[in-house]
Structures are given as structure tokens and as C-alpha cells.
Design a protein around this ligand. Structure first.
Ligand code: ADP
Length: 495
């Protein structure tokens, strides 16, 4: 069995405590991918010292040159796309086509970030005083702690790490325990691309130990986290107390609305992809389907008939539609919520069970599941399940559909299928989400647009696109006075 290492202080090293954890294939749990360091605060301490040295070098490297390193990383991701996607499917379970898309998102992010190295705009504005210039520019901040979840092993780390690096920061990366191999490949690629070694540190390990040590370390002023709302709350408390800059990307309870005038075949493709793609383990997964009563019965039948035909299996096997859940706890959570749904009086239309087939019994598979008759306010309608479970809610109008969509504590993504322009625009304005799709499923964010949610999904920051560059830089205002005399703002001009 292969033993992997942390990358700290410019070299691949064993964890201080000598402890390791196993990374296994969720489609075939008996298959061990490797042993990875179960790091602790001592490893984080070493990583911080190294990242501080890295920051000294990197923050003084011109931004266009920093961008060139990220462009090279993008090129290497292109060259190794298939190999990385296969490694990702093996440890995470998503079907290969989706894993290829995940790597592609890293590539897109790399090229966008590389070009940002030649922008990183500041502003020049007129001063209110004569013979004086006023302008802003961006400064790097320092060591960034990057803590990521299992569901997008390449896309999410690259969304965070590439912009952080282009902005001149150094990085300590703590990937999710379930996907340490893809993380290792990403760090290898950054090093091969020419990133000075001490600019990146890879610290494997558990959230409560390695993750926590990063969040609590006083010399890490920036934390970017994607994961559960519960963990986000713990991290938020610490960062609030320590006055750290924090970007949180957390849960969702995303809905697809289907209006009577929608193209139902299109809406069907959308909901199958949105609800059961990545086995429902996307932050943007469709977990609620809000149907207008006029098409409710017909569309439910279409969804159930099609969802029952989805083929479960190893994501590396051609023809597989839906892979396994990530681990035992994830499947137990789904089983728990299916029981909750039953007790709440929802009607289980299909699924609601672990598949019986012998070929699937060694993996964390669960049948695509559809509940109808789900009432707004019930737990399966309100709480994030993070699995292949779709709750159908029947409504009588667009206004009611919007109300149901907005009646949850999360606000990441939403979708509406309609051919009516007015309905589409009304929904666009009224849906309380960071992302709304019109005639497309709740999933499918593109790397050059801001990504994030409102309410308890996030804390106001956005990833991706141009906005994330604000998060990873401090804006400094410069006033250059060449008048040769004391000029008093707010006073001299108005005397
Ligand atoms: P998920 O349900 O998506 O696995 P988690 O919030 O449990 O979400 O995990 C997301 C990431 O946060 C993982 O890398 C995990 O190790 C890390 N993590 C979990 N708990 C903590 C914590 N208390 N402090 C810092 N990081 C944590």
C-alpha cells in the first residue's frame, strides 16, 4: 500500500505524530488507495513557518509572473486531465465524465487566474485637492488557510488556491479526508509549474485536528472554507474572535421550479442531472422540485420513470449514471432522512433503499429516491440531505413557487423552467439565491462568474470570477500630494 506525505517546508514529509489514515474507493470499499498523514498542530506550525518564508518571496514576485506559473499549472492540468479524473473518480466516486468536468473547472480557473495576473486593477480617481493624486492598489495579505470538502476535489481547491496565489499570498491547503489523492496531484502540478516550494503547503488530516489548528493559528490571517453549515459556524466563531478574513461556502436546499408552460422534456433532463448527478452531493444539487399543479402528476411520472432507469455503479465503468455516496456516514445520513420523510407523511414514489445487486454491495450506493406530497416546512423540505433524494412540492402559482423556494434558511442556487418571459424575469428578481438558472438545472456554474449564496449558505463573499480577487487582497488607498504645502481634505476646498 502506498504511503503519501504532507508537503511542508519545501519537501514531502511524514506527519510529526507518525499517524496515518486510509483513503478508500467508495464504489469498492475493500480497495485502499493509500495511507495519508493524520496531521496535527505540530505539522500546521511547521507549515506556517514555511508559508511565511514563501510569502516573503512570492508577494514580491510581479503579479504577471505569478499568473504565468498558474497558466503553466493549467497547461499541466490539460496534459494530465484524464489521469487526474480517473484518480478522482476512484477516491470520490463521481462518474468519470463529471470528474473530467471537475478537472476542466480547474483548468478554466487557472487560465482566468493567469490573465488576472495582468489586471488586478486598482483605481485612479480625482482628488478633491489640487496637485494631488488619489489611487488604490491591491496588496497581498499573507498566509491563507484553504479548507475544502470532498465533493469537488479539484474544482473547489483551485477556485481558492489559484486566485490566492495570483494575488501574492502563500497557501496552507487542508483537503477533505476523503479526497487526499487529488489534492496531492494538484500540489505536484503547482510545483512542476514552477511555484516556489515554500509558497504552498499541503497538510492532510482530519477537520477537528489539522483543520482546527489552521483556523486557530494566529499567523494565518485568511481562511477560505467550503463545507457544512455546522462546521462553517464553528470556523466563523473562531475567525470572528480572532478578526480573520473568512470566506464561507456552505449548505444549500436548492429548488427547480417547473411552470405549466415549460418544455417538460427539457425540465426532465434538468432535474435528473440536478438531483442525481454527483449522487446529489453537490452544494448546488436539486433537492426540491416545485411543480405547478397543472403539470404535477404528469411530470412526477416522467421523473420517476426516468430516475428508475438510471444505472448505478462504479463511476469508472462506461454506462454508469450514478456513482456511490462518499462514505458510510453519508449513506447513513440519507437513510435517516428517508425515514424522516416517511414519518412526516411524504409519499415515497421510488428508491428509498440500498440496491440489492451483488456488484454494488461493497460500495456506498443508494437508489435515486423521489418523495411527493412534501409539505413546505417539513424537515426533508428544509434540511440538506446531500444525497440522491428529491422532494416534490406541489404549488398553484408562480408566487407560491417563489415563496416555497425562499422559505428555507439556505440560498445557493435555484432554477425555473418556463417559456414565459415575464415569469422568468419575475423569478430572477424574487428568488433569494446567489445563482438562478433559467431553463437549466440548479447545477452548472462557470468558472468566470461569481459563485456563492445568500442567507446561511455563505457570509457574503463570492468565489470564482472577478469578485474572489477582492477577497484575497487588501485594497490600499494612496494619496500623492505634490503641491508642496499642507492641503487639508474636507477643509481647504470648502473654506
Ligand atoms: P462535509 O459534510 O462536506 O464533509 P465538513 O464541514 O465536515 O463538510 O468538512 C469540510 C472540510 O472541513 C473538510 O476538509 C474537513 O476536514 C474540514 N473540517 C471539519 N471540521 C473542521 C473544524 N472544526 N475546523 C476546521 N476544519 C474542519
Amino acid at each position: 500500500m502506498k504511503t503519501f506525505r504532507n508537503f511542508i517546508g519545501g519537501e514531502w514529509v511524514a506527519p510529526a505524530g507518525g499517524e496515518y489514515f486510509e483513503n478508500r474507493n467508495p464504489a469498492r470499499w475493500s480497495e485502499v488507495i493509500g495511507r495519508f498523514p493524520d496531521s496535527d498542530a505540530r505539522d500546521v506550525e511547521r507549515a506556517v513557518r514555511s508559508a511565511q518564508r514563501g510569502f516573503e518571496i512570492w508577494s514580491r514576485t510581479p503579479a504577471p509572473i505569478r499568473g504565468e506559473v498558474i497558466r503553466k499549472a493549467g497547461d499541466l492540468l490539460v496534459a494530465r486531465k484524464k489521469e487526474i479524473a480517473r484518480a478522482m473518480t476512484r477516491e470520490m466516486g463521481k462518474v468519470l465524465t463529471e470528474a473530467l468536468g471537475d478537472v476542466q473547472e480547474g483548468i478554466d480557473t487557472a487560465y482566468y487566474a493567469a490573465s488576472e495576473g495582468r489586471r488586478l486593477f486598482g483605481r485612479t480617481v480625482p482628488s478633491e485637492l489640487r496637485n494631488k493624486w488619489a489611487m488604490t492598489y491591491r496588496r497581498p495579505i499573507g498566509v491563507c488557510g484553504i479548507i475544502t470538502p470532498f465533493n469537488f476535489p479539484m474544482a473547489i481547491p483551485t477556485w481558492k488556491i489559484f486566485p490566492a496565489l495570483v494575488c501574492g499570498n502563500s497557501v496552507i491547503f487542508k483537503p477533505a479526508e476523503d479526497v487526499p489523492h487529488t489534492a496531492t496531484l494538484l500540489v505536484e502540478i503547482l510545483l512542476e509549474a514552477g511555484l516556489p516550494p515554500e509558497v504552498i503547503q499541503l497538510v492532510h488530516g482530519r477537520g477537528e485536528t489539522a483543520g482546527r489548528a489552521i483556523v486557530e493559528h494566529p499567523a494565518i490571517p485568511v481562511i477560505s472554507f467550503t463545507g457544512s453549515t455546522e462546521t462553517g459556524a464553528i470556523i466563523g466563531e473562531t475567525c470572528g474572535r480572532m478578526h480573520k478574513r473568512l470566506s464561507l461556502e456552505m449548505g444549500g436546499k436548492n429548488a427547480q421550479i417547473v411552470m405549466p408552460d415549460a418544455d417538460l422534456e427539457l425540465a426532465l433532463e434538468g432535474v435528473l442531472w440536478g438531483a442525481f448527478g454527483t449522487t446529489g452531493q453537490r452544494c448546488t444539487a436539486t433537492s426540491r422540485l416545485i411543480l405547478h399543479r397543472q403539470i404535477h402528476d404528469k411530470f412526477v411520472k416522467m421523473v420517476c420513470d426516468a430516475a428508475e432507469k438510471l444505472k448505478l455503479g462504479d463511476g469508472l465503468k462506461p454506462g454508469t449514471d450514478v456513482g456511490p455516496l462518499i462514505n458510510r456516514a453519508a449513506r447513513e445520513k440519507v437513510e435517516y432522512y428517508v425515514e424522516v420523510g416517511r414519518k412526516e407523511g411524504a409519499v415515497l414514489e421510488i428508491g428509498g433503499a440500498v440496491p440489492k445487486s451483488a456488484a454494488l454491495k461493497d460500495g456506498w450506493f443508494y437508489k435515486p429516491t423521489v418523495f411527493t406530497g412534501v409539505k413546505p416546512g417539513t424537515r426533508i423540505e428544509q434540511e440538506e440531505i446531500f444525497g440522491p433524494v428529491l422532494s416534490v412540492i406541489r404549488v398553484s402559482s408562480l408566487e407560491e413557487a417563489i415563496k416555497v423556494n425562499n422559505g428555507v434558511r439556505y440560498g445557493l442556487s435555484s432554477s425555473i423552467y418556463t417559456r414565459d418571459l415575464a415569469s422568468a424575469f419575475k423569478a430572477m428578481e424574487a428568488l433569494e439565491n446567489g445563482i438562478t438558472y433559467i431553463n437549466a438545472p440548479t447545477i452548472g456554474a462557470e468558472a468566470h462568474l461569481p459563485f456563492g449564496g445568500v442567507k446561511q449558505t455563505g457570509n457574503g463573499h463570492r468565489e470564482g470570477g472577478w469578485q474572489v480577487y477582492d477577497f484575497y487582497t487588501e485594497t490600499k488607498a494612496i494619496y500623492a500630494d505634490y503641491s508642496g504645502k499642507l492641503q487639508r481634505a474636507q477643509i481647504d476646498t470648502y473654506e
